[in-house]
Write a new protein. Structure first.
Length: 689
């Protein structure tokens, strides 16, 4: 068989989920082939309402600028009753920078994904699947053009819709005296309801066909002029005139989840093949992208022989939980806006507020091996509990307080000072250097030190000089390495550039993504408290950086792929300071960041007075990994008290577990779903027996 026809992952379907999966897997380093026999050009261009979580995921692919340019942001959900605005819900408010939803044409997002795939020389092939035949660990995919592809994993995306409910899409608004068709709104009048997304001078309107107003059977086609008349009557007393409708389609308001999300850890169902909810293009899109994100990093560890057999099993469990939740939330959403004539506006508002996690895409995963609770979990874990949590309830007098950032929850964002400890060191060191003459080699301009800093003792200057010298050497090593292009975060900032920084904070979510750009690393987020209480942290880091450390047992750097795989490996960052040879390579699977609640003045004093050996033993991965909290916002967001904590964040951005400076507990957690290098060797050997 032709070796060129072998890939790691074969993808059937080039919808949004298929394209997103193809791009993520390619960036991770896996080979893919994607086919689609459907001609999507004849389909009406659907409108998507992207939740904050969707925007966050697409931003990681550098698509945010395009989304903001082509999309329309919606900050609230307006509810109108009898022609009066009665409520504005901040349904998309989150604790991260993306606290809004965004309406955008599906074609815009798909075209952007196709463009990025094209830059990787990957294109969707218009091929038709004939059959799939299994031989050992491989699947042989037979196509109508007589090609046969050999693959270990197959992703199936399917987009089949049924017809009952009607949707009126893309109506150009010619003239109107109401704002309800320009935003994200629910319009209610007696028994009738409209669901409207205003986008770029167009209104995407969804309504339910009722024989009471159409005087036709539920299965009959409704003429568009009759639908327009119904819309105008529901909007009264407001006046509105529409232009030519671009599309007019009907669909079934069904809510269903697949009984099969994966089979044999080789077949995975994504997109509409796994779950369908109404209205389309809303909560379902969040689930589609989240499922792909959940699957791809687990496949990456699987192909690099780092995953224990039960890691891929968690995909079924976690996505099924989110799917059930989405189905019930979507059902109540439709019930609230379409059939809830018996509900008061207060009842509807309460039900919609209870679904906020589904609006934002921040609903948690259930406890399992990945989401390991060190203390009792408060959110539901069983399907029955998930179902009951979305039943109608009488609204309480007060809304419950938000839950803390526990295992299974999406890692919250917070604000940090806009500099690392390395940048503070470089600034302080530059302030102690003598000015050069015009005949000397020019260095970056030096700002005169603060008067209080001019009378430092010789010992203080000596300590700072030694520390700067060591880290300067570390920086020089990195500049000489082949990965220098990826190490911009450790380069010295000139004083002019420092002054040009306008915000006085940076976002934690951006820092996490910077050190995990491919979405395949676990992040150890160490809340270390004061920099001066470093002895417990130093003991913890000593075990963590030991040659026998659990981090090095799971290191994928030296593991071999099966024969026939020649994928370019992404380079990972090198630590700034190398106390021992074994700590030279930043682990492929782990990123370690530190957040201190010390002030800038305290941090500067720490650098001036602490012996370099102490600094190095406490923070062996480099000062560019140490950040200062901004007004204690990160500590509050994560609920960290005076006790230092290590929070393990999964590659997809969810919290895995929380623990103290407990190395043994960290080892126990990782062994629940990862395979050591020795065990992986046995797995590879068995694979070829």
């Amino acid at each position: 068989m032709n070796k060129d026809k072998q890939v790691d992952v074969f993808i059937i379907g080039s919808g949004l989920s298929g394209l997103y999966a193809a791009l993520l897997l390619s960036k991770i380093g896996l080979s893919i082939h994607i086919i689609d026999n459907n001609n999507h050009e004849d389909e009406p261009d659907k409108i998507l309402l992207l939740a904050p979580r969707c925007i966050q995921l697409l931003n990681q692919l550098d698509l945010l600028d395009l989304l903001l340019e082509k999309g329309t942001r919606h900050w609230k959900l307006d509810i109108y009753s009898q022609g009066t605005l009665v409520e504005s819900l901040k349904s998309f408010e989150t604790n991260n920078p993306f606290n809004y939803s965004l309406s955008i044409q599906k074609s815009v997002v798909c075209d952007a994904l196709k463009e990025q795939l094209a830059s990787l020389d990957i294109f969707t092939q218009p091929e038709e699947l004939i059959k799939i035949q299994e031989e050992g660990h491989y699947k042989f995919v037979y196509l109508k053009n007589n090609q046969v592809w050999k693959s270990q994993v197959i992703l199936i995306e399917n987009d089949v819709t049924n017809i009952v409910r009607q949707s009126l899409a893309a109506l150009p608004v010619i003239q109107t005296n109401t704002q309800s068709v320009k935003g994200f709104s629910i319009i209610k009048r007696d028994q009738d309801t409209l669901y409207i997304i205003g986008h770029h001078q167009k209104a995407y309107i969804t309504f339910e066909h009722r024989p009471s107003w159409s005087k036709a059977s539920i299965d009959d086609e409704i003429p568009i002029h009759l639908a327009l008349k119904y819309i105008k009557s529901t909007l009264e007393p407001f006046q509105i005139e529409f232009g030519q409708a671009e599309s007019y389609v009907k669909w079934k308001g069904e809510q269903k989840a697949s009984e099969l999300f994966e089979y044999d850890q080789r077949y995975f169902f994504i997109g509409p093949s796994s779950q369908v909810s109404s209205p389309r293009g809303f909560m379902d899109i969040t689930l589609y992208l989240e499922a792909v994100q959940n699957l791809c990093w687990k496949l990456a560890l699987h192909f690099h022989h780092c995953a224990s057999p039960n890691l891929l099993e968690t995909f079924e469990e976690e996505i099924r939980t989110k799917s059930v939740e989405t189905v019930y939330a979507s059902g109540i959403w439709l019930e609230s806006i379409m059939n809830a004539s018996h509900l008061s506006i207060r009842d509807i508002t309460y039900q919609l507020n209870r679904q906020k996690d589904c609006f934002t895409g921040h609903s948690p995963y259930p406890p399992n091996a990945l989401n390991h609770m060190a203390f009792p979990c408060e959110f539901s874990t069983a399907d029955s509990e998930t179902v009951s949590s979305f039943q109608f309830e009488a609204p309480p007098d007060e809304q419950p307080s938000p839950q803390p950032a526990t295992a299974g929850c999406l890692a919250p964002d917070g604000k940090l000072k806009p500099y690392s400890l390395l940048q503070l060191l470089l600034m302080a060191a530059s302030n102690t250097k003598p000015k050069v003459t015009s005949k000397q080699a020019q260095s970056p301009p030096i700002v005169s030190p603060h008067p209080a800093q001019r009378k430092r003792s010789n010992s203080t200057n000596s300590t700072l000089s030694q520390l700067f010298s060591v880290f300067q050497k570390g920086t020089q090593k990195k500049r000489n390495s082949t990965t220098a292009a990826h190490q911009t975060n450790t380069r010295a900032m000139s004083n002019e550039r420092w002054k040009s920084i306008k915000p006085n904070y940076s976002q934690l979510i951006d820092r996490l993504h910077h050190f995990n750009p491919q979405g395949t690393k676990f992040t150890l987020l160490v809340f270390c408290g004061s920099l001066f209480t470093s002895e417990p942290l130093s003991r913890f880091m000593k075990r963590l950086t030991s040659p026998l450390s659990v981090l090095y047992q799971y290191n994928t750097h030296h593991r071999q792929r099966p024969a026939g795989h020649h994928h370019q490996r992404s380079s990972s960052s090198l630590p700034l300071y190398h106390p021992e040879e074994h700590a030279v390579n930043q682990q492929d699977m782990f990123s370690i960041l530190f957040i201190s609640n010390s002030t800038k003045q305290e941090a500067t004093h720490y650098l001036h007075t602490t012996p370099p050996s102490i600094v190095h033993s406490t923070f062996p991965y480099g000062l560019d990994k140490i950040f200062l909290d901004h007004d204690q916002q990160c500590y509050k967001a994560y609920g960290v008290t005076s006790v230092p904590e290590v929070i393990v964040i999964r590659p997809d951005g969810y919290i895995g577990t929380r623990l103290g400076y407990d190395y043994d507990a960290l080892c126990m957690y990782l062994t629940l779903f990862l395979t050591t290098e020795a065990s992986a060797a046995a797995v590879v050997a068995a694979h070829y027996d």
